[in-house]
Design a protein around this ligand. Structure first.
Ligand SMILES: NC(=O)c1ccc[n+]([C@@H]2O[C@H](COP(=O)([O-])OP(=O)(O)OC[C@H]3O[C@@H](n4cnc5c(N)ncnc54)[C@H](O)[C@@H]3O)[C@@H](O)[C@H]2O)c1
Length: 272
């Protein structure tokens, strides 16, 4: 598979008003993207981010669209506003996500249903029709919690595994050959954003939280700028249906599940 060319492309970044999403939007423009849409629920931060982007890159490079990804109509509006402003949509970064195991219906709503809306709209409706080049691309932001068990955040872990599953299924050659949309996943390790800092009271209880404080001490961290730089490498080179771990700003490495049909089969008697 050849490299994905960012130059002159149009990107829609959910959760683009801050953190990793905003850094990805900025890096895409630095790499030559023609325009970005920041789709977010935080209007104040989103409007400021567009002003900052215009100061750095000039006018008409970014728009903010209020969008709660839990609502399909909001997400669809973000696609429509992108096409109205830039005539195309080539790249979707399904980045918006929250950590709140206490309010887990909302967490599942944002992290799983929100990403599912992005996939359905991106893969099957807007990107194949409005892409400007020969291929489109979707980057799903999972987590190291989407490939590994983190017992102190079980529901968040479940949501990130769900994103992993959607990436593998929609990244399959069956979809790529009919849509020409690459679907790749990133699994950031601990990244210094508000999500990582403000977890007090958001776990399922004091025991979980105490374990989380200890657990995070073992996780090497990185800045959102570093994570965004690594994401650009993944955007350019990753084949559809692949998952990439980025931890401590190390070079991205591919995470691959074994084929369940080929692994050694362990019976119930063997684990007794
Ligand atoms: N920070 C980390 O350590 C880390 C590690 C692994 C994965 N991630 C993932 O990276 C992604 C980005 O997180 P971040 O660390 O930059 O967090 P962040 O809190 O800095 O940014 C998240 C952005 O998403 C927006 N948002 C929240 N709910 C939304 C909704 N319903 N609709 C639209 N926008 C919404 C917020 O307003 C915010 O601008 C998330 O999916 C997160 O799970 C983060």
């Amino acid at each position: 598979m050849s490299q994905f060319d960012i130059v002159n492309k149009i990107a829609l970044v959910t959760g683009g008003a801050s953190g990793l999403g905003l850094q990805c939007a900025i890096k895409l423009l630095e790499e030559g993207a023609r325009g970005v849409t920041l789709a977010d629920i935080n209007k104040v931060a989103g409007t400021k981010a567009v002003r900052d982007i215009e100061e750095k890159f000039g006018p008409n490079k970014a728009i903010f669209v209020y969008c709660n990804i839990q609502h399909k109509s909001d997400f669809e509006n973000a696609f429509i506003k992108t096409i109205e402003s830039f005539q195309n949509i080539d790249v979707l970064i399904n980045n918006a996500g929250i950590f709140d195991d206490r309010c887990y219906e909302k967490e599942i709503g944002v992290n799983v249903i929100g990403v599912a809306h992005g996939m359905v709209l991106g893969v099957d409706k807007y990107i194949p029709k409005y892409r400007s080049g020969s291929e489109g691309l979707i980057v799903n932001v999972s987590s190291i919690a989407g490939i590994n068990s983190f017992p102190f955040i079980p529901i968040y872990t479940g949501t990130k595994f769900a994103i992993h599953g959607m990436t593998l299924a929609w990244g399959d050659v069956f979809h790529y050959s009919r849509t020409k949309v690459r679907v790749v996943g990133v699994c950031p390790g601990a990244t210094e954003t508000p999500l990582l800092r403000n977890f007090a009271g958001l776990t399922l209880g004091p025991d979980y939280e105490a374990y989380m404080v200890e657990g995070l001490k073992l996780c090497p961290s990185q800045t959102p700028e570093q994570m965004a730089n690594r994401t650009m490498e993944i955007i350019k080179k990753a084949p559809s249906g692949t998952m990439w771990v980025v931890e401590a700003n190390m070079e991205p490495w591919k995470f691959e599940l074994p084929n369940y049909q080929n692994i050694e089969k362990v019976s119930l008697d063997q684990v007794q």
